[in-house]
Design a protein around this ligand. Structure first.
Ligand SMILES: [Zn+2]
Length: 165
């Protein structure tokens, strides 16, 4: 429901507006920074249901010698076992465009919305996600781009390994 008379830039609870993504992408960026600080790849993710963060995670391939702990997978794992009805109301935030694996997990659990910090340094199967009915929002967040560009320049071998190259 929309009330045009009370529209203002301060209060905004529309989920499709960039403003309302702010705190959640910031939380994902916080996770990415944690990952970087612990020697890993700076990619972070949060899962949001009904305006609350129910899971958060960051890429832990390096830290845990893991083959599957991309940020989104770590986030979903930390959110724990959820019902289909929970996932159906959820939004997955990631600082970077989700790869094939993480896209697959989002599709498996029928997460209807994916919000991406940036897709300039890497782009996963975004179009496929959209074809499968997922609402994909790209924020073009400068901080997300800068984090990845700095990391890829500093540690190209770790980055290539992360995307299977
Ligand atoms: Zn991934």
């Amino acid at each position: 429901m929309r009330n045009d008379q009370t529209d203002d830039v301060v209060s905004n609870d529309q989920t499709d507006d960039v403003v309302s993504h702010g705190p959640f992408i910031e939380a994902a960026i916080g996770e990415a920074r944690k990952g970087l600080a612990s020697g890993g790849i700076p990619i972070g993710s949060v899962l949001v249901i009904d305006g609350e963060i129910v899971g958060r995670g960051h890429n832990k391939r390096v830290q845990q010698g893991s083959s599957v702990l991309h940020a989104e997978m770590d986030c979903l794992e930390n959110a724990g076992r959820l019902s289909a009805s929970d996932y159906s109301r959820s939004t997955l935030y990631s600082t970077l465009s989700p790869c094939d694996m993480c896209t697959g997990a989002a599709l498996l659990y029928k997460i209807p919305r994916v919000v991406v910090g940036e897709n300039k340094t890497f782009q996963g199967p975004q179009r496929y996600m959209q074809e499968r009915g997922v609402e994909v929002t790209i924020l073009d967040n400068a901080e997300c781009v800068a984090m990845m560009e700095d990391f890829i320049q500093a540690r190209p071998e770790l980055w290539n390994e992360d995307i299977g190259e």
